[in-house]
Each structure stands twice: as structure tokens, then as C-alpha cells.
Design a protein around this ligand. Sequence first.
Ligand SMILES: [Zn+2]
Length: 377
Amino acid sequence: MDKHACRACRGSSGHLVLDLGEQPACDYFPRSDDPGPDPVYPLQMWLCSSCGLAQLLADPTVPEEPRGTEPAALVAQAADAVARVGAAGLLPGGAVVAEYGSPHGGSWLGLLAGRGLGTAVPGGQADVILDCFGLMHAADQGRALAERAARVAPGGVLLLQYHALSTIIACRQWNALRHGHYAYYSTTALTAMLAAVGFAPRTAWQFDLYGGTVLLAAARDGDRGDGPDETIRSLLAADARAGVRDPGAFSGLQRDVRGHAKALHDWLAQERAAGREAIGYGAASRAVALLCQAHVDRGLLPAVVDASPAKQGLRMPGTDIPVAGPALLAERQPAAVLVFVPDLMAEVRDAYPQVEAAGGRWVDVAALGSASLQQDA
Ligand SMILES: [Zn+2]
């Protein structure tokens, strides 16, 4: 294999910091009657020693995940974010916006139109260039950021929203690593990437989404007088505490891969031995790596329920577990529903009261891992 060149700065010096081995493409949900085996690809995170960007090492070309229903948590966060950025004066009525969206959905354009912002012509400059989880999907990070920066009109602002690497490290979210997500940003690395295109961060807002999400506002050097504000300085300090540039800080993630997988397998086996049926909820990409690492099959987990009609009739990649519609919850009255997307917990408990009414309980899959790790510690 050729030596890896950093997706942002092209540097060749770096460390493999997280290795999940060979994994199926989590975006490719085969039909439930497709016997497999599904193709697998190495899934590894590499940390650039030069610019500090954590990134996907190998680059298999994989098809996109069918767009699911947008979680209410994501919709609420978008409204919150637009209100906060607006309150800071960065979304004036009459300004022009261009959005780089995520292939998984979640556009802010409707909210921005509601505030009186107009939409830029395709490829044209805009006062506000907004990227909400879009940039991470670009294999060539340097080029993708340069393209966005070039489209910021004089005096304009670049808004970048990302799931913070410090969160991934601190909350041990190893299954945030997935094919198709090429970069895992720290504010530190993003500051270096922005500097390479003549931009600097000015301010930021933090959200609880995914355990810790940052929306960063950057402007062209010399365009706005102010340097980075207190929020940026505290994010950089938090990065330093988490060790986002230190390969050693990632060792906990690698340990958790085994710990979390074992905790899940043990818990499912225990439930089965006790005669209690457990069903999964949330056929999300992040569930794929966990189920594969834990070697879970339909004997342990008979189905994963998902509200998205696009996923009906499919199965979880790398396993024989079918994806089922929400009607299954009423049909089977499971003793436990294992939620693979913690951000969905409040929403699904509200949406399916019949689970608890029938004596079932909702279980956060992330809590299984942390409980077992606390016991280990
Ligand atoms: Zn780099």
C-alpha cells in the first residue's frame, strides 16, 4: 500500500489510532433474503502528526445509506442552532446563504429562509456558507474546505458543524468511526485546516447532540477585526485536555471496542438464557460496527426495528438480523428494546408507550458498555 497522505495537509507522518479490522460497509444494507457474505473493508482511524486531523485511513467506495427519517433531536438542534447564530448577528435578513448538506439529510435552508435569508446561485458566493455534517463526507478534505472557503463573500462567514473529536474520545464513542466519514474534527485540527485557506475561527456554539457537537463560525483573515473569542479558546483548551493530538489518548477507544462488544454479547446471552426477548431499535450505521464486533446474530437479537420505510425488507450488514417496522414492537411485546442511537431514547419512549405498557423496558446500548467498563475498572 502507498503511504497515506493526510486528507487535509498531505503530510505523511501520523499514527494509526483506532483499528476496527475488516468491517462491512455500514451504508450498504443488503436485502434480508441476500445470504451474504457481505464484502468487508478495513476500518481504521489515522491521526495526522502535522495538522492533527483524525481521519479514515482506507477509502473504499461505498454506496450511501438510504435517507432515514430525521430524528427529532436533529430537527430541534437545527432550530436551536439557527436561533443562537441569529442572536449573534450572523444571519441578517437579506443575506445570501449556500448550504453544503449531509447525505443523511437535515437541511437548515427552510429555517434560514424563514429568517429572510436568500439562497445563493449554485456554485456562487454567499454571505453565509453553511456546512452541517457535510464536510466529513469528502475524501479530499483540503480541497473540500478550500472550495467552501472560496465561496464566502467578502465580509462573510463560514459555519461548520461537527461532532467533536474530544467528545468521541471522552465518551468513548469508538463506533463513530465509519466508512464514508473521512474526518473526525477537533477544533484544534480545524483551526489548522482553516489557516491553510486563510481563515480563522471567531466564535462557536456547543450542543448536546451526539454527546457534544460544535458549530464553529470562521471568517477570512483580516475580514473581521476580532480574534478567536472565549468560546474558541475554551474549546482549544478542552481539546488539549482530551489529548486530541496525542495518539496515546485514543488507546481507551481501542480497549472499549472489545469491552463494549463483550458487554453487549453477554447482556444479550443473559436475556436469552432468562427467557426474555430483546429487540433492537435504530438500524443506524453506528449499530453495524457494534453488532459485527460483538458477533451478534438473529439468535441473540431477532430484529432491529427502524421507522424508516427505506430500510424495511433489509438486514443489518454483516449479520443475518432483519430490519423490521415499528409494528413489530406491539406484535412481539419484547421484554427489552435495545436503543442503538442514544439521541433517540426520549423520542422512542414517547412514540411507543406500548412497550412499557406491556412490561418491557428501553435499554441504552451505550450504557451496557459503560456499566461493564466501570465494573472492569
Ligand atoms: Zn494533516
